[in-house]
Write a protein of this length. Sequence first.
Length: 292
Amino acid sequence: MTRLLPLACACTLGLAAVPAFAQTIADWNFNNDAAAVNNSPAPSSGSGTASSLGMNLYGTPNVGVTTDDVLVGTSGDTGANGVADLTNVWRIRAQAGSNGAANGWSSQAAIGTQGAQFSASTAGVTTPITVSFDWYATTQGEANLQLEYTTNGTTWKNVALTLGGSDSGLKVLTNSSSANTVLGSYVSDNVKANGSAAGQDWFTGLTATITDPNADNDASFAIRLVNASTGADDVSTQGTALNNTSGNWRFDNVSITAAAVPEPGTYSLMLVGCCALVVLGRRKHGSAPAAA
């Protein structure tokens, strides 16, 4: 029997080393969308829906019409941190309707009510769930962004973001006192470098990990990338009060993935191989001559 122990150990170690992959629930890179007005771009892969929030509610200077659009990034969008995005991106904004000039973004908006929402059922998968995205704020765009998620479609929970990729000029902050900023974690593109204002920037690879078990197998799961501040705290990337007449956010490579799981069938193949090794080991052990 002791001769079989190495085989058992080898099988155990082999199963532990099974390669894994992150299952894509939904992903938006906008490259399959035409450059045009698009208030709800379809996922590039997976299944889900995208929509903007709060663009047709406030006078900026007039109440406008939600006019999100997919556009091709240009070198002119390269910000102070030197990062560019030359692929398709999704811009969140409003434009003039029958009431006249409008932009949509407003410092009057309550915390967490302007930005973008991405909904994707997590049916059949379990936490942790990873969210990642690239974010761009124009010079007059709102500087403070938070990520929220919901498991029931009505209650939204703040979750901490982690920087990655090219995020020079972006800071992760936590508020515990101001009533005009979310009580929790957010990121701010309002960093002064060498005395100059932060201004427009692309930030890539922002991520968050959601471990809430209520997000398991949840048809109502969704995330929001929304304003973290309102009123006096609602500043532009220049560090000035939001002007309520211009500025916008843009997103790219928004991805929602499930916990890493083994490749389909891998465990089965490993188990079959282990069983074969054990059987061969037993036969060899049984045919060995008895000790004198």
